[in-house]
Design a protein around this ligand. Structure first.
Ligand code: GDP
Ligand code: ADP
Length: 180
């Protein structure tokens, strides 16, 4: 099946790689998640995420709107079921960019999917990227780096590992894996 799940620690470059895939490979369908976190400057509702409040998110969970959902660093994130099922049924190459707990849920519900881990060249480079992005406070960065240690330890659960050294090369490798 044409479903690929991309995971990796915060700051590794998942968003950057997904943006490159969208730009260079419009044939790839990228799922837009729902989240309770606030939009960052430059993010648009319906593009990077659907931004909702906690109440709306809880309702969506209750009515079964999500394929998977998880808490990450104090906020809820989930993959809407309808659009994904539609695209998978249509045979499109589909990409989910989600964290580890969600990836594990997809592994149990859709074991035929392909699981790809995006890894940083080094730990120090991950810290540099997360800090350099400048979108989070020191406290939020600390929480995300705590999670990053857990996510990095789970790398062996994935079918493939891509080291995000060069954005274009990593995006091209991801698309090759997706269409292999
Ligand atoms: N389980 C799950 N995780 C998601 C979903 N959407 C995004 N995430 C993950 O949530 C984490 C935090 O995302 P975000 O707040 O955008 O921060 P960033 O990844 O550091 O840019 C990342 O690991 C995302 O991959 C989703 O629908 N489900
Ligand atoms: N291959 C790369 N080389 C250098 N910097 C990168 C690379 N990929 C991403 N970055 C930078 O690292 C930071 C985190 O990237 P982002 O895509 O937001 O990560 P994530 O979505 O995994 O949290 C951003 O400032 C981004 O420009």
């Amino acid at each position: 099946m044409g479903l690929t799940v991309l995971s990796g620690p915060s700051g590794v470059g998942k968003g950057t790689i997904v943006a490159a895939v969208r730009r260079l490979h419009p044939e790839v369908w990228v799922s837009v998640s729902v989240t309770t976190r606030a939009p960052r400057p430059g993010e648009t509702d319906g593009v990077e995420y659907h931004f909702v409040d906690a109440e709306e998110f809880a309702h969506m969970v209750k009515v079964g709107d999500f394929v998977e959902h998880a808490m990450f660093a104090g906020h809820a994130y989930g993959t809407p079921r309808g659009p994904l099922e539609e695209r998978v049924a249509a045979g499109a190459p589909c990409l989910l960019e989600i964290e580890l707990q969600g990836a594990r849920q997809v592994r149990s519900s859709m074991p035929q999917a392909r699981f790809v881990f995006l890894a940083p060249p080094t730990w120090d480079e991950l810290v540099r990227r997360l800090t350099g992005r400048g979108t989070e406070s020191d406290e939020v960065i600390r929480r995300r780096l705590d999670r990053a240690r857990i996510e990095l330890a789970a790398e062996t659960e994935f079918d493939e590992v891509i080291v995000n050294d060069d954005v274009t090369a990593a995006a091209a490798r991801l698309v090759r894996l997706m269409t292999a």
